[in-house]
Ligand binder design. Sequence first.
Ligand code: SAH
Length: 238
Amino acid sequence: MIIIIKKLFFIIILFSIFFSVLCSVSGENELERARETMVKRQIEARGVKDARVLNAMRKVERHRFVNSRTYSEAYEDYPLPIGHGQTISQPYIVALMTELCRLKGTEKVLEIGTGSGYQAAILSLIAKEVYTIEIVEALAKSAEKRLKDQNYKNISVKIGDGYKGWPEKAPFDVIILTACPPEIPGLLLEQLKDGGILVAPVGDFNQELVRVEKIDGKYIKETITYVRFVPMIRGKEK
Ligand code: SAH
């Protein structure tokens, strides 16, 4: 009798392991399909063509960058709250801004506004090194942990005020802002390499997405579209 119970118990355990593996595999496949649909309908359909960008958007597991409450909306066509009054940007905007950076794989990139770490993860698959600054300590810490847990190795996170940039690591080939300043911070332009690109939302209520190229010490600005980002907060002077 005891042997039969033991056998039964063993069979139940085996069956539940098999079932949970099956569920997680089918869950993963479903998420992969959701990402593919996101790339096709929200990103390619709106004109993003850069194969590296599309590939990164397919690879990075966006559901691992959102709160558990919004997990099921991770691949929808809108920004989502990430706590502290901040948001993870709409997938299309992340793809568009990344494409505007014209990355080839050799660049040192500075991002202002780490937030969830999602944009940094996308950049890290296409650039050589990513430095990212976040002013809200709790967000910086959780993004750093999230990126480490997922094995992103070429991203450094710093708690600090993005208006100051990261002078110790400058100059950068690319600087990307994911919070909106009223005008482009001068210190960031100074930390851009000659030939480099800065992509940022700029403005107050009416915000424009701009790309600035530094050519022979001059800044050439191009306006891309209207956008809506959270404001870039002024850090406390020390
Ligand atoms: N790139 C993020 C989303 C950014 S939301 C992602 O992929 O999830 C904008 C972020 O900028 C917020 O987390 C906000 O706290 C941060 N931020 C605002 N002002 C800042 C500043 N002065 N320096 C650094 N980060 C700032």
